[in-house]
Design a binder for this molecule. Sequence first.
Ligand SMILES: CSC[C@H]1O[C@@H](n2cnc3c(O)ncnc32)[C@H](O)[C@@H]1O
Ligand SMILES: [Zn+2]
Length: 436
Amino acid sequence: MTRPIVTVIEVGKAVIDADTVYTEPVHFVVEDGIIREIGVGPYVPKTGERVDRYVRKGDRVAIPGLVNTHGHAAMTLLRGAGDDMPLMSWLHDRIFPIEARLTEECIYWGTLLASWEMLTSGTTTYTDMYMMMDRAAQAVAESGMRGVLSVGVVGLDEADRENGIRRSRDFVANWHGACDGRIQVTLGPHAPYTCPEDYLHEIAELASELGVGLQIHLSETRVEVDDCLGKTGLTPIALAERAGLFRVPTLAAHCVHVTDDDIEIMRANAVHVAHNPQSNLKLGSGVAPLPRMLERGLIVGLGTDGAASNNNLDMFEEMRLAATLHKGIHEDAQCVNAATAFRMASEMGAAACFQAQGAGALRVGSPCDMVLLDGKSPRMLPQHNLLSDVVYAVGAEDVRDVFVAGEMVVQNGEPLAIDTERVAYEVKRLRDRLQP
Ligand SMILES: CSC[C@H]1O[C@@H](n2cnc3c(O)ncnc32)[C@H](O)[C@@H]1O
Ligand SMILES: [Zn+2]
């Protein structure tokens, strides 16, 4: 039997989870990527204990790696390609024509650009629904991130339907659980307005057969809901339930225009939600009833959506927006407090995208997905309340070092496994080819 790799990480302070904050020096003992011990003060080796790696960062504040529960990574290549438009014309008039020109290398370099952006802004796990996903998975494998990846499928004609099923099946076979479990696969039916009910049913059956969950856009705009009601007499969420979608673990993105009955359907079927406040605001879609969903006990994570509708992948911005937007809407300063927003960006987000128990926190037994913030940042002074600083004040620029499964993937703000100069060169080259 091989001996585990033991890493000791010493930091100045640590947010273990939304309810547990250490304001004194802390050490973490990590064995094969899992946190085995947390102690106050410097690490003192016990007799016979061997440590393979020491990381001494006394001026850093440790937080769990952030979890982005909805996005389309390679859409970084489309950042700024279509702004100030509502969803449907944005998709049909700007995005789909550019996406028709995307090649495999676009997906690879676009996903690496997203990984660079996400890792250096403190995200260690992200979800993705897009195309040519083998190249996205290759980028995730190389970058060191965790990804919950899906082939985005639409079913408006027979050829698309067959391709979607075949590609999804192959993608699960090739990548589910790859890279020591860093890559997880779900199915990715795009939305009820691009996947007819019988196709949603077929995808749910496939997910069940393959033992994976699925992610889908649901009830993002008022137009989507009104069209669906007009055509079927059901809301998109009621339609998805009738199609049998919710018989498999489902992560529903957006859920902006949902009724109380919809929320009850989601609760009864344990549907998870990805709340994307920035993208919903920018596309003029509206504001999801997050407080009602949380009150009813739904598991809700935060997401950026793609970089063409956000227009960045910064989860600190998303967390702060979630913790302020709903206060304003409801004229209630206690609505979605700092702890709730932090939980959604970490532990609840990890649960929302089907990560293992303990993921998204820094407790004993959790995977060591850890972000070290600059404890000397002006945004963390004078430090009345560390959790408040992390949610309301800190920004991506304060992220210094990042670990995924105990491996350092960002050091002093630089990704260790991504050639950032090359990525910058390649995405500029590809941008020029994408213009119609
Ligand atoms: C079939 S691959 C995924 C597909 O989704 C598109 N997309 C990006 N953002 C959104 C959004 O907010 N709502 C619906 N669809 C979206 C993306 O451009 C791809 O075509
Ligand atoms: Zn989306």
